[in-house]
Design a protein around this ligand. Structure first.
Ligand SMILES: [Ca+2]
Length: 149
């Protein structure tokens, strides 16, 4: 038996002896990702939008634009900044509430529509993940309330 066959044989024997453990790993990952939903402990806070000057529909449209700017691989920074431009703190709160929680897959920076390998994140967490350090500095300058509670 060649060295390579020997190694493959060993791996197969280890997997064969531990097939239950191997099977358990994807089940554990699946449960870990669904635990918040199963336990009903989603972390979305509702921000006060008292005094907002934009309608629910406009807030929803801005939230959708922000989502489309971030949901794929890469980031449309221009769309993010143009969507947020001119919003007051209360307006941003309305957009934040409209965005809600969406499942983010951090290794590729994409929306995870099945919610299996990603994490439910709010708008601020999405922005923090998608923007570079210098872009976040710009966001803090233009809309300082984004990162305040
Ligand atoms: Ca992205």
């Amino acid at each position: 038996m060649s060295n390579r066959e020997n190694i493959i044989d060993k791996i197969l024997r280890i997997l064969g002896n531990n097939w239950k453990a191997v099977l358990l790993i994807p089940i554990l990952v699946f449960l870990w990702n669904f635990k918040d939903r199963l336990l009903g402990t989603e972390k979305l806070k509702t921000l006060s939008s008292d005094g907002a000057t934009i309608s629910d529909e406009v807030a929803q449209n801005i939230a959708s634009a922000l989502f489309s700017a971030m949901a794929d691989i890469g980031t449309d920074e221009d769309l993010i900044f143009s969507s947020l431009r001119g919003l007051s703190k209360a307006d941003f709160a309305k957009v934040y509430n409209a965005f809600g929680l969406k499942c983010y897959e951090p290794t590729t920076g994409q929306f995870d529509p099945l919610g299996v390998i990603g994490f439910d994140m709010d708008l601020v967490a999405w922005l923090t993940s998608e923007l570079s350090a210098s872009e976040l500095e710009r966001l803090k300058r233009e809309l300082p309330f984004v990162f305040s509670d």
